[in-house]
Design a binder for this molecule. Structure first.
Ligand SMILES: CC(C)(COP(=O)(O)OP(=O)(O)OC[C@H]1O[C@@H](n2cnc3c(N)ncnc32)[C@H](O)[C@@H]1OP(=O)(O)O)[C@@H](O)C(=O)NCCC(=O)NCCS
Length: 171
């Protein structure tokens, strides 16, 4: 093994480490819901109104570029969701394909993101859209559309989502 190899991980400044750490700490909190939203906003996430969104615990919003995420009012992000805004090739690959690539993620008014879904860089989730649990969203989602799966595909209009009456939530 030669001694002049690239480092395995890139060098981060203390500021970047602090930013990443705040993201991880925030993801461990389970409430109150407004504090979670406030801390994400402190990290740089563009949250329109911290009192009018729900971001659950264990939600990871990009550690390096949280400022590239915009979340409008009435958005509901359930547990375990991961939102990415960048791809950072490790040093070995960077030498061949170039450096960090980023893309904004916009989650529009009233969208719902089901548990453990992953949103990739550059995706806009439309107003009132529903992401089925466990989906990997690679492309924009149109307003009031339900998508699901990996990669997420259009399933139906949100107006066609089945009523589930077992808990008496629907009349
Ligand atoms: C969005 C959701 C409510 C849709 O429910 P629904 O209207 O009952 O959907 P259906 O069961 O009729 O599914 C329609 C089709 O989509 C598929 N589908 C539904 N959810 C899916 C998912 N998460 N991943 C992959 N496929 C899914 C079904 O298999 C079905 O396919 P088919 O037509 O080939 O049989 C539900 O999928 C969901 O994800 N709920 C959120 C659960 C959650 O995250 N809760 C967190 C606590 S709030």
């Amino acid at each position: 093994m030669s001694s002049n190899q690239n480092p395995i991980v890139p060098h981060f400044s203390i500021k970047v480490w602090a930013k990443i750490s705040l993201g991880v700490i925030t993801s461990f909190l389970f409430g109150p819901w407004w504090l979670v939203a406030f801390l994400h906003r402190l990290r740089g996430v563009k949250i329109h109104n911290i009192w009018r969104v729900f971001i659950a615990g264990q939600v990871l919003i990009d550690s390096r570029f949280p400022e590239l995420v915009e979340i409008e009012e009435e958005v509901y992000i359930t547990r375990g969701v991961i939102i990415h805004t960048h791809f950072a090739p490790p040093p070995f690959l960077e030498a061949k394909i170039g450096g960090v690539r980023t893309g904004r993620v916009i989650i529009k008014r009233g969208a719902y993101i089901g548990m453990n879904s992953i949103i990739l860089p550059g995706v806009t989730v439309g107003e009132g859209a529903v992401i089925g649990t466990g989906s990997v969203v690679t492309k924009n989602v149109a307003d009031y559309t339900m998508v699901a799966g990996n990669p997420a595909r259009v399933i139906k209009s949100v107006y066609e989502i089945r009523p589930m009456n077992d808990a008496g939530m629907n009349p």
